[in-house]
Design a protein. Sequence first.
Length: 368
Amino acid sequence: MSTTKNNINQKHKYFMKLAYNQAGKVLGNTGKNPAVGCVIVKNNVLISLAHTNFNGRPHAERIALSSKKINYKNSVLYSTLESCSHHGKTPPCTDVIKKKNIKSVYFSKFDPDRRSFKKAKKELSKHNIKTFEDIFKSAGDNFYRDFYIKKRTNNIFISSKLATSKDLFISNKYNKWITNVYSRGRVHLLRANHDSILTTSKTILKDNSMLNCRIDGLKKYSPKRFVIDKNLSIPVTSKIIRTANKIKTYIFYNLIDNFKLKKLKQLNVKTIRIDLKNNHLDFNKIIYFLRKEGFCRVFVEAGIKFNNFLLENNYINDFYHFYSDELFGNKGFHNAKFFFNKMNKIKRDKREIRINLFQDKLIKYSLK
């Protein structure tokens, strides 16, 4: 009996994992809505699968149940998140589930939106549709951390990263790159999984970074770019300014330079004036702007000083540490040992991400 039950549980976990694979394709690219994956199974055969559409609509369930060539009657639906049961800009997904005569519904996490929280089961049971929750819940706890934070605390989810040598230097005398091409590719994937990138003028002046995703097939998922530039010091010839006509780019500033502001406007750069606090742009007002504009997942690419500010003020949710197997020794500049000592004292979880980066490694810290 226990073996049979275990096989059934493994089956449900397998199909839910497929649903999460779908959701992961649009993580960070569904606007104000969550990234959801949906799988439809009939007689243990996969008949349809989908994810939330780019920018958030239609929802995954509606797309998965949209084919006129498929008979969905008595099939089983797996969704990574509880199906919505409220009327928003579109009708509830529970309506289409009822209309298609789905036999049973399995979902991984309850929808934290209070308009739908724990209401799908009640709504679907009226039509004799059985619902089961907490399937592969561990995956959902991690995948929907950002969405739960947004809905329950009205905060945004901030991830950041640093690349270091094995002895924790962040730069050296002879080479621009600290880690290899595989680590840098992973950073591009992280960019695609966030709806915004936040950097500083110091980082742009040092690296002249474009801060987009350059992976074939994912370029359209390049996030909006935000630069903290108190004195409008970034030259208009920098890559991030020159590409503002292709990727939305914003600058947070304080110093009023009408000539520079006019030029930035001509180059399609949006500027937002932020008040000062302790001679720096008030970061809480930057967070407020991002939240008000609907951004949910922010990826920080900046130096050790700004990351240390974020860490000390409890802004970081996830932190990614890429490091090579090379020792810089006397060649190294700016050692980050003090920073990682702080990180290890406050981390909630620390684990190596087991992906093939050849000589490089990736450690992920979950801080809150």
